[in-house]
Design a protein around this ligand. Structure first.
Ligand code: PGA
Length: 240
């Protein structure tokens, strides 16, 4: 929940011009602004290769859900990706593994790519429950989806204690959890699905730590919060 209409537009213009200057063809870049920016940004990113996503959605196509935004509405912008179950949604807005699964299923049905966010709290890690917690989050979100449906899904591992805190999981801690998540996908959906699925790391990613994180075998990219509010920093991470 950052930037007003004008500030967001200025930031987006800066990012687009830096991305255009750089040679970034091997990299898929997505922007997930607040809802108010989506329509304007659809014009601003035109031709830059940047893809638009939303930070949340409702599971129903339409109806009496005042204040909510449906996947059908998002598609009409058009939006290609949607974040589901970001830890702040889970923490402050009562999202559960079940509501995350419901939204993920709706996104698959609506052909919007879901970025399913998972991650443990500090307390859960300290009491060595992190694999159990993240395992349940991943299994519940993916339950009932076919291997083919899984092709439209991206998983983002974001330890809650690393989001916006300046604390980053070490590359080893992140890789360990990413490998575990890929193993879960292998168990539930088979090896080709596990190899193909993209698993992003999020939580205080900065230009200074991005290269080490992204060079890990099972880390396929990043979900960037604070650092994306500075165009130069965001570009530094994209380059990594
Ligand atoms: P951060 O945020 O990069 O500021 O830690 C990550 C996120 O909000 O997903």
């Amino acid at each position: 929940m950052n930037t007003d209409l004008h500030g967001g537009y200025q930031l987006m213009k800066e990012i687009v011009s830096l991305v255009r200057e750089a040679d970034l063809e091997q990299c898929e870049i997505m922007i997930f602004p607040s809802f108010i920016h989506l329509k304007t940004f659809d014009n601003t990113i035109n031709g830059s290769g940047i893809v638009l996503g939303a930070q949340n959605c409702h599971f129903a196509p339409s109806g009496a859900y005042t204040g909510e935004i449906s996947l059908e509405m998002l598609k009409s912008i058009p939006v290609k990706y949607v974040l589901i179950g970001h830890s702040e949604r889970r923490q402050y807005f009562a999202e559960t593994n079940e509501s995350v699964a419901q939204k993920t299923k709706a996104a698959v049905e609506q052909e919007v790519h879901a970025i399913v966010c998972v991650g443990e709290t500090l307390e859960e890690r300290q009491s060595e429950k992190h694999f159990e917690v993240v395992g349940l989050q991943v299994r519940t979100a993916l339950e009932g989806l076919s291997a083919q449906e899984l092709q439209s899904i991206v998983i983002a591992y974001e330890p809650v204690w690393a989001i916006g805190t300046g604390l980053t999981a070490s590359a080893d801690q992140a890789q360990e959890m990413h490998a575990y998540i890929r193993g879960l996908v292998q168990e539930s959906h088979g090896s080709p699905a596990a190899e193909a699925i993209r698993i992003l790391y999020g939580g205080s990613v900065k230009p200074a730590n991005a290269t080490e994180l992204f060079s890990q075998a099972d880390i396929d990219g990043g979900l960037i919060g604070g650092a994306s509010l500075k165009a130069e920093d965001f570009l530094g991470i994209i380059r990594a």
